[in-house]
Design a protein around this ligand. Sequence first.
Ligand code: MG
Length: 474
Amino acid sequence: MPISRRAFLASLTATATAQPIRPPNIILIMADDMGWGDLSCQGSPDIRTPHIDRMAAEGTRFTHFYAQPLCGPSRAALMTGCYPVRNSLMFNHLPKARTGIHPNEMTMPEMLKQKGYATMAIGKWHLGDAPPFLPTKHGFDRWFGLPYSNDMWPFHPKIVKPAREAQQGDIARARAKFTGYDGQGQVYPPDWFPDLPLMRDGDVAELNPEQNQLTERYTREALNFITANKARPFFIYLAHTMPHVPLFPGKNFEGKSPRGRYGDVIEELDASVGAILEHVRKQALDNETLVIFTSDNGPWAPYGIDAGSAGPLRGAKGSHWEGGIRVPFIARWPGRVRRGVVTNEIAASIDLLSTFAAFADAHLPAHKIDGLNLAPFLIGAAAKSPRDDFFYYAAPAQYLAADGRPANQRNLVAVRSGPWKLHVATGELYNLREDTGEQKNVAAKYPQHAARLRAMGERFNAAIVEEVRPLGHL
Ligand code: MG
């Protein structure tokens, strides 16, 4: 049930001291390509994540939380509160891209700066690597990290079981003509990608950095930023490079996990979360700091043992089965976000912009967004999540036109409403509350639900196509 803005703000300030609280610090930690099933608290049998598990026990954990099927679109959704089709950021940008996030988009840090936040991005960006598209031009005071994925370097790991390799190559070349590095016209040869820059703010700090130090270096940056900004509200967006392939565990973690290299890097991420939470506590900021842990998309399955697991969910990164797009999501804010809650309410990364706006009492962008405010649910002022539906759009390869430009067609592939999920092209209908693995197509049994979801999807898609905003262009 929606509550008024006034009632919501009153509920936030109803503390023992009755003093209005300042906007919270926000630390948003995101893993890259970590699957739904890759935490102990999400059922992983062989990856040990005691710090993240404890964070979940001290906060609220969602089991039906939606990101987007790929890295770039997922980050666009998070930063702008929009389905990526709405602002044309629905594909992965390549190095030397001539496009990126449009200057008129309002990002999460730009929104928070209204309230005086100090802002830092650490890790992967992936919304365009040309200067006008970088984090320091889109609301972040500071940035330390990679402009795109860690495999986009001269040592790109070969996919173990290439799926439709010729088609993949054609798509990559077509896309490169429009959005980035054109390479030598082959599929990921050694010279396909340029040297990988590690960036400090707007400048290249190193080329092809030692990736086994990245998790530790990112963590140190986060701790330093917390210390330096503890007197004002701060926002840290810590978008880890791991566990995206190539996998690089730090020296102290290599060879330690029963789950192999993949487990090693997750266990290092877990230790990083532990170090951050401990530092927040030591700075006496626990009750003023919202910490979130999530992932950007499902596991990159073709990498086999080097990929994560979606647990009981069907599918993986890039697909619109649940395993491609549903990810772990944990929120912890002692004294505010409910403690020890595990919920199967529906929520999505597009909702975080609106949620942070509510917590910080900041204004949302004037343009249309898709997010809903989860804050009343998180603090227990509302019994249910405001979100009851979700619209799944195709991974980008499916809608690139022949000239390499993103086709004008916005390819809606599935619709969720309550427990029901309709796959648009095939007409398959699943009840996700009863059939976690999308195994039992019940379209014939419930034609009324299939028809209702199809109409919902058509209506939503028709509207969004009318309202599409452009990419930024050089
Ligand atoms: Mg990813």
